[in-house]
Write a protein that binds this ligand. Structure first.
Ligand code: XCC
Ligand code: SF4
Length: 626
């Protein structure tokens, strides 16, 4: 079918074209329509020069040299306002990731106390490793006893006053020394977030550099604290991901089965929904209602979590959430926290789809709220799934349009799985990097954003990198974009440069490795730290670069900040709201180099972005004498 240019320009994904046409036919709106209705977006907001931090304002600084106010009522300049706004974004992002980590710590605690309504400790090996890291004795103790101490220790990281955050010491000595020298070694996860809120209150910190440094400190507490805790404790509870085959894109929805979408972020919910979908009683009920089975599929990062651990198919990334509903084939979309569009309430109202919220922290208009509690996890999950199954009888087969596209992928490349693929040590990877067969490593991550063509930046940046022998590791919505175009198959090695191709073929791995959800960017940090330590250098010396081609969330701002704070040059594909301050823009894009050994760059064109990353990698190789 031929689609209008208007539709084709919105995405490179054929399922998006098909479903946007379908939306048009049904008179339904999506994020793309709402984005267009929003244009032109607020110029002050875009530049970051609007301040609402007190009620003498709102104030906004004129971007024009010779006209309009240059100071807020309190006297704050554009530099101060931009810096304050930026670090408030970091605070929100770090809070989101870290609260996710805290919830996992809570689940581990309940499980260790025997109150974990169906959870168990699946990875004892990892439990032992983490216990050792925390100096928790393991001799002759049950896994529950060890887990109880570990849960207490990781829980305490959030409320610590003096630090250090244990996992931050995975960073090379040189990096930690640098953080300490700059005064940005985080003391506790919550403390750094709270301090951002304090410092950005009217009349507190009014030095842009001092503000940005606090932003970096909170972001480090996210990456090497909250997010890393989320990742590690998820592995203890649900198992560390191993290479697994699955499918990606909207075609994973099934015309003859009950379709349940898990959407959001925390695996505590999605794991139990997956388990409940295999319940014999519910399968029998589905059969009685004429369905061939119960098909659980994922969206966004909770989708990545169950994809990595159970091979649960992934229906799409952030901008596909509304499109999944528009297929008319979804009995329930079950959500917890983060990246869930409130638009789903109205939209699901146009279909038989049940929109079910589960977290006391996240309620939505038009959703049915069934609160999830860890101590009755399985029972609640079963009730939710039962509701979805019963809803199958209300599906209108005449309204169902499911795109055909679904693409195979090989996922599950946790740090441990990568080591296993390399035969147990990093040495073979280091050898390939030294020989130049692999030029370096790139972490490409982040969201979708209707400001840019959906998946265009993700896919083209990654393709360009592997073509130039850069091994790509990915998480979040970039990972889903890559899976949908077949880049996560070993066969995709054919699209890599000669050196990378041979390495991938000999190891049987794809040139693009799926490392998980966005909190799992902490896995990338762990790998980089291990490589740097093995070479006796800092992370900033490595031929490594990062990118977020289509980012939109505050979490992504925190991620970018901790990645740069960890010494990794990072290219953003959409412009952050900082251009209203030359001082802040220069600090982030040049000044930071001197201080922390890495900077941000902004480059919307993915081909140019790849060039920036490749030339950075080449510079680092040269400096290492490679
Ligand atoms: Fe959300 Fe994590 Fe962004 Fe995707 S990548 S849109 S944050 S789901 Ni994290
Ligand atoms: Fe305006 Fe200053 Fe208040 Fe911000 S803090 S709204 S710049 S007076």
């Amino acid at each position: 079918m031929a689609y209008s240019d208007k539709i084709l320009k919105k995405s490179i994904d054929p399922t998006v074209h098909q479903m946007l046409a379908r939306a048009q036919e049904l008179g339904l709106e999506t994020a793309w329509d709402r984005y267009e209705a929003m244009l032109p977006e607020c110029g002050f907001g875009e530049l970051g020069v609007c301040c609402r931090n007190c009620n003498m304002g709102p104030c906004r600084i004129s971007p024009f040299e010779d006209a309009g106010p240059k100071r807020g009522v309190c006297g704050a300049t554009a530099d101060i306002i931009v810096a304050r706004n930026l670090i408030r974004m970091i605070a929100a992002g770090a809070a989101a990731h870290s609260d996710h980590g805290r919830d996992l710590a809570h689940t581990l605690l309940m499980t260790a106390e025997g109150k974990g309504g169906g959870y168990e400790i699946r990875d004892e090996q990892k439990l032992q490793t983490l216990a050792a890291e925390y100096n928790i004795s393991t001799e002759g103790r049950s896994k529950e006893e060890i887990a109880l101490d570990l849960a207490g220790a990781v829980y305490a990281e959030f409320g610590k006053q003096e630090g250090p955050i244990r996992f931050s010491r995975r960073a090379p000595r040189k990096r930690v020394d640098l953080w300490q020298k700059l005064g940005i070694d985080p003391r506790g996860v919550d403390r750094e977030i709270v301090e951002i809120m304090h410092r950005t209150h009217i009349g507190v910190d009014n030095d842009p550099v001092n503000l940005i440094l606090q932003g970096l400190r909170a972001s480090i507490a996210d990456g090497w604290g909250g997010s890393m805790i989320a990742t590690e404790i998820s592995d203890v509870l649900f198992g560390t991901p191993k290479p697994t085959r699955s499918l990606a894109n909207l075609g994973v929805l099934k015309a003859d089965e009950v379709n349940i979408i898990v959407h959001g972020h925390e695996p505590t919910l999605s794991e139990m929904i997956v388990a409940a979908s295999r319940d014999a009683e519910l399968l029998a009920l589905a059969a009685k209602l004429g369905a061939k089975g119960i098909n659980v599929v994922g969206l966004c990062c909770t989708g990545n979590e169950v994809l990595m651990r159970h091979g649960i198919p992934i229906a799409g990334n952030f901008l596909q959430q509304e499109l999944a509903v528009i297929t008319g084939a979804v009995e329930a979309i079950i959500v917890d926290v983060q990246c869930i569009m409130p638009a789903l309430g109205n939209l699901t109202g146009c279909f038989h789809t049940k929109f079910i919220s589960t977290s006391p922290k996240a309620k939505f208009p038009g959703a049915i709220h069934i609160e999830f509690h860890e101590d009755q996890a399985y029972d609640i999950a079963k009730e939710i799934v039962r509701g979805a199954v019963e809803n199958y009888r209300w599906r209108k087969p005449g309204q169902v349009v499911i795109p055909d596209e679904k693409v195979e992928c090989l996922v599950g490349f946790s740090t441990e799985a990568i080591l296993a693929a390399l035969g147990g040590s990093l040495e073979p990877l280091l050898e390939q990097i030294k020989s130049g067969a692999i030029k370096g490593l790139a972490g490409v991550v982040g969201c979708n954003n209707p400001k840019v063509q959906h998946d265009f930046g993700h896919v083209n940046l990654v393709k360009e990198l592997i073509r130039n022998n850069v091994l790509v590791v990915t998480t979040g919505c970039n990972a889903i974009a890559c899976a949908k175009v077949g880049l996560m198959l070993p066969e995709a090695a054919a699209q890599a440069g000669d050196g990378l191709k041979v390495v991938c073929q000999s190891l049987g791995i794809p040139p693009v490795l799926h490392m998980g959800s966005c909190v799992d960017i902490s896995r990338i940090l762990t790998v980089c730290a291990a490589v740097a330590s093995a070479l006796g250098v800092d992370i900033s010396d490595l031929p490594v670069a990062g990118a977020a081609p289509e980012w939109m969330s505050e979490k992504a701002v925190s991620i970018g900040s901790y990645v740069v704070s960890s010494g990794i040059f990072t290219v953003l594909g959409t412009v952050p709201p900082v251009l209203g301050s030359t001082a802040v823009t220069e600090l982030l894009t040049t000044g930071a180099k001197e201080a922390i050994g890495a900077t941000f760059a902004v480059e919307p064109d993915p081909f140019q972005a790849a060039q920036l990353m490749i030339s950075h990698i080449e510079d680092k190789r040269a400096a290492l004498g490679l």
